[in-house]
Design a protein around this ligand. Sequence first.
Ligand code: ADP
Ligand code: MG
Length: 717
Amino acid sequence: MADTPLTLRDLSGISLGVLSGVSPNLLGRLESMGLSTVLDVLEHYPRRYVDRTKRSDIADLVVGEETTVLGEVRKVSTRRTRNNKALVEVSVHDGTAYLAITFFNQVWRAKQLSVGTEAAFFGKLDVYQGKRQMTNPAVDVVGKADDREDKTGGVVPIYPQSGKAEVYTFQLRKIVAQVLRRCAERGIADPLPKAISDEFDLLDRQTAYWAIHAPEHFAEQIAARKRLVFDEFLRMQLGLVATKRNLENEQQGVAHVVEQKLVRAFHDGLAFDLTGDQKAAIAEILADMQRAAPMHRLLQGDVGSGKTVVALSALVAAVESGFQGALLAPTEVLAEQHNAACELLLAGLEVDGPTGSLFARRPLRAELLTNRTTLSERKRISAGLDAGEIDIVVGTHALLYESVQIPRLSTVVVDEQHRFGVEQRSVMRDKGVGGAIPDMLVMTATPIPRTAGMLIYGDLDKSELRELPPGRTPIVTEVIGDSPLDRERAYQLLRDQVAQGHQAYVVCPLVEGSDKVQAKAVTTEFARLGLEDFAGLRLGLLHGQLASAEKEKVMAAFREREMDVLVATTVIEVGVDVPNATVMLIEDADRFGLSQLHQLRGRVGRGAALSYCFLLASSGSKNAEERMAAMEASTDGFYLAEADLAIRGAGEVFGERQSGFSDLKLGRIPKDEAVVIETRAVAERLLDSDAKMRQLTILREEVEDLLGDNVEFLFKS
Ligand code: ADP
Ligand code: MG
């Protein structure tokens, strides 16, 4: 044991306290950065590198280019500008020349960058009053005057800093160097089969750790990154593929017998023809449902692509086979809308009557169950479900997984809209008829780019609705600055549209704080608009603090054209369907994410008339500008999802909590998409030949450590 090479699990069991030169104080500071074991340090990767061998000396810098300058602070001063902005001016010397660096509104920089501090500055070189300088660059302190090291080595790694308890790059490099040296004595194990390293031209793991922390040439850290990113994605993919196969092979689902009688009657009764994509999705779903293995399928389709009919087809198929179905929505408003859709679309369908009396026919019955359902109603519905008299239950997640029994439940549709609630999917698993796993269809209105989807929904099959139903009208989208004149132009168009009998939405600015604070802000704007810009128009107010009954009343009134303009928070983002509405005006649009903007815009363009979307945006950040430009460029949700990912990166788009993405230390989506696809294929091959990973023990250990208890059972025999 003592002389076998070190695995990652070994390394995660060695405290940094055993290293020489790590005092309790330093250990404390390392721990506050999340570094407590040798593995933590090995995986604490440099943020960037300064290549001294071909570095841009200050003397050779090109104006207008982004670059990193590594130098020593020689002078610092703080002053105030005429309009009272704090200004910190720093003079940096790199051995060839001086560079002036200016920080606006960052007074603390003066203290951070005291004279003698060595730091890396990353930013764009510009010229101000004939002098070359950088303004507000990103800064990484590399060391202070007292712990400076020799300026040797061609490539200098710059480590990310944590904020308060700083451990500077120089100190980290000493620790990392010691870790690398000591690991080399026993060696770091490489769990990857040689055939795969060769095929993808990967460094071995130990070399990769050396090269990413202490590269001699710039190219070395690139090769190192390639290997380590491969490892990260391979671990995730092994977990995902193993989970998926386990679901397919070992879990007992319901084999529906779908003769398509009721499903056909359902389709025949629709006022429209199904699109090709809808037909294809329904065929995939029905094929899944007829198998004994549980269905785990994602139905992805843009707002208005017609997912409801597809989802209802699955539920109708369940009913046709003699079972019950459930449709779960993330909010009450949505549950209510789904229920309304059921009432409309399922009207006239008949099923065999109460068990035992095969010849009686009765109407198919769907019921709504939400927080608003009274206790006596709930009892009635429970009894109906119990007796098999209710075929489909529509509701919010919360209610359904608490107490309700659905004895013949075989199929669950989960509408996630744009929320990625992976955990919600497991909820209904225990509720299947006779202990079986129900067939599960997850609907999402936010198209997820392929590779990101692979990681988030890796265990799901996928059906896509890309083709929109006919009769959609274009939406003219315009980003306008927040000047009174521009605003008036948008208001004027809105009033013109109302004069022509159309309706409009005004989405109010996001306000920091509670829902209550937000509600207050909307109410104020509602009052202002009523008195000023939209005086004489009929305004409605909608926000999350209203009681459900009140919300429903407002929406019904808007639907019935008793209101011209609905002033609302983002609560209208989901579900509201009023074809007569042709204007969407979004305040502070630059503060919303692309997918949210897209959802909001999807509230118009649902009828026959040309529609307009105004995005009021004042901030000039690059990221915001890119988002606004994407909104103007396209109304295709798939395009926008890709753009969102490219602009913000997966961590931001899907949230840190999203399992998987928070485990990525080096890998980035969309940058590393190719690796996601490669490692998917590799994971499948490895599990093909060794399903329980009995030979690949170290790799299995890594997958288990990554995914925790969830995955250990997969590899038990
Ligand atoms: P989604 O849930 O995907 O946002 P919906 O299912 O609510 O979309 O459908 C949007 C609208 O389009 C609904 O009014 C629905 O009745 C209608 N619709 C659905 N499929 C078709 C179709 N094939 N042809 C015409 N209209 C359709
Ligand atoms: Mg099935």
